[in-house]
Design a protein around this ligand. Sequence first.
Ligand code: NAD
Length: 384
Amino acid sequence: MRKIGIIMNGVTGRMGTNQHLGRSIAAICKQGGLRLHDQSLVMPDPVLVGRNEEKLKSLAADWNIDRWSTNLDLCLADKENIIYFDAQLTQVRAKSVQAALKAKKHVYCEKPLAATLEESLGLAREAAKAGVKNGVVQDKLFLPGILKLKQVIASGLIGKVLSVRGEFGYWVFEGPNPPAQRPSWNYRKEEGGGIILDMFPHWQYVLADLFGEVKAVSCTARTTIPRRIDETGAEYICTADDAAYATFELEGGAIAHINSSWVTRVNRDELLELHVDGTLGSAVAGLRECKVQPRAVTPKAVWNPDIPNPISFRDGWQTVPGTAPEENAFKVQWEMFLRHVLEDAPFPHTFLNAAKGVQLAEAGLRSWSQRCWVDLPELTLNPA
Ligand SMILES: NC(=O)c1ccc[n+]([C@@H]2O[C@H](COP(=O)([O-])OP(=O)(O)OC[C@H]3O[C@@H](n4cnc5c(N)ncnc54)[C@H](O)[C@@H]3O)[C@@H](O)[C@H]2O)c1
């Protein structure tokens, strides 16, 4: 059994604690480690890093972890730690990732990779120069609903994809009662907040992986709620976008339109729903489920609002059954990254790949401010 030292920075946060520590690294330890192809076993040996000693101590105790530290440099100097992971606030990530690259650690981190495209590409170049493995969370690709949709597309049931319509979001309470269910920095632009920077990196890799690269975007957005209450109970002014309405032109000609909103009340089966229409059939996928309607069973709808509708449209869809055991999406990608580091398994979710997500977010913000379509040029590691 080989121990793998992993520095986990920002794990006192929402994503760090729940998805990365609890449901990924602790879950891998609980299952007895990760078995590699040569049949050897590796066991993650995390060191929890953050700013607040009390929080770290208590988190480490909760998860039965014996290493924690408020000194990142010391952790980076320890040769036993071969991986650096970052789930800090987006805006502070680049500095810590740079330090980790300098120390020649393999680096894995939350999305968006950094707050700007320039910073993201800079990190991709530095990682290439350091010759280390690098990766960014692209968890939506490993959700059961999206995996089923991918399977449906591959089966040919949809034919040529014509359009994708996405609805994402829910009502994020303003506070104090009930308190907001997301951290307040998300609603302050100056702290790296905003739904465009948060969600467009997800839409970029989902659209590219399932349908084709995004070639251009037209976006408008709003700061709908002007004031919210923060974690301390204090009122603050919202400076970031909390709703974005965007149309994407995809390679191959399909159009995608996705509404992302923290100011919508849910009347759908899941918090994310993608409706895909194609020449041979359609699919509606969420985080967990996917249903389909092939062309041959498509009901013949006739427009007549003067009579009650004779067709129950929802009944004309079939649920795609699961065929594989379901795993937490973050854990699946963690195991992929560990295999990438330890046995050179393929891992396409690199810094360069993730920079495309930040590129799309910047293009969306520009489209909104200039009220125009924005093209997305291909990204490379070579400086322009
Ligand atoms: N993959 C996903 O679906 C997904 C979902 C939500 C958030 N995220 C990303 O995860 C990261 C963390 O988001 P979160 O929702 O867990 O946020 P959070 O506010 O709950 O956690 C932020 C973490 O960063 C730390 N931090 C370090 N320096 C800080 C500073 N100067 N100010 C404030 N906090 C600081 C905090 O202590 C905390 O541990 C963000 O980059 C976000 O974009 C990803």
